[in-house]
Design a protein around this ligand. Structure first.
Ligand code: HEC
Length: 211
């Protein structure tokens, strides 16, 4: 009979509706990462390791990364490859919990550095530290990042101090060539707006250090 053929089809449709209802009733929290408060310390460190990896902190802060050979035995212990710009020459600092790193910083001080680009003494973090990106980290995520940083093996490595603009430096550093026309167009479009720190090209194309 005709209606007999309809039965399996109706059953299928009912199953589909039922599973859709069940799925939509699943509490949202179950589909997302648990909140920091609900995480065990180990889960928090694991979440932090994941974030530090995908946010690329090690690209700058782990020695060898910029040469395609990150030294995982000295993870996040800072690099001596400098970055030259109008701010002088900056060096990615030691983020391990050693006294030469950020071992003596409180959790809140590290959070402020990552999200607001300020050290405990109030000094600003220079480019290329991309803290303006990290300013968007949620409380849970930034605290997970800190939990992970506090868990990595401490490495003794004294940071290379920021070389002020105009001062000579004999060590290794990166310096960018004059920007191609395409790359400076946004500045022209935003005429009158202050260029981002370190982004302003000079006449010679080299950073404003003039050296
Ligand atoms: C593109 C390179 C780059 C990346 C990526 C980067 N940093 Fe940095 N970071 C720097 C540099 C350079 C400094 C030093 C700036 C200065 O001298 O003022 C710094 C400084 C810091 C400091 C201050 C340390 C101190 O002793 O003053 C903290 C904390 C920090 N970074 C955390 C992070 C974390 C966490 C991440 C990833 C979420 C990250 N950084 C990603 C380049 C980078």
């Amino acid at each position: 009979m005709r209606w007999m053929r309809l039965v399996p089809m109706m059953l299928c449709a009912m199953c589909f509706v039922a599973s859709a209802v069940l799925w939509s009733c699943t509490p949202a929290a179950k589909q997302e990462a648990p909140s920091a408060a609900a995480m065990t310390p180990d889960q928090k460190v694991a979440r932090g390791r994941y974030l530090v990896t995908v946010l690329g902190c090690g690209d700058c802060h782990t020695p060898g990364s910029m040469y395609g050979a990150p030294d995982t035995t000295r993870l996040l212990s800072g690099s001596e490859l400098g970055w030259k710009g109008p701010w002088g020459i900056s060096f990615p600092h030691n983020l391990t919990p050693d006294s030469t790193g950020i071992g003596s910083w409180t959790e809140e001080q590290i959070v402020v550095a990552i999200r607001e680009g300020r050290r405990p003494d109030g000094s600003p973090l220079m480019p290329p530290m991309p803290w303006t990106d990290f300013a968007h980290l949620t409380d849970d995520d930034v605290h997970a990042v800190v939990a992970y940083l506090k868990s990595v093996p401490p490495v003794k490595h004294v940071n290379v101090k920021l070389v002020p603009p105009g001062q000579k430096y004999k060590g290794a550093y990166l310096q960018f060539p004059p920007p191609p026309a395409w790359d400076v167009q946004p500045h022209a479009a935003a005429a009158g707006a202050a260029p981002a720190a370190g982004a302003a090209p000079t006449k010679e194309g080299s950073p404003t250090t003039g050296k």
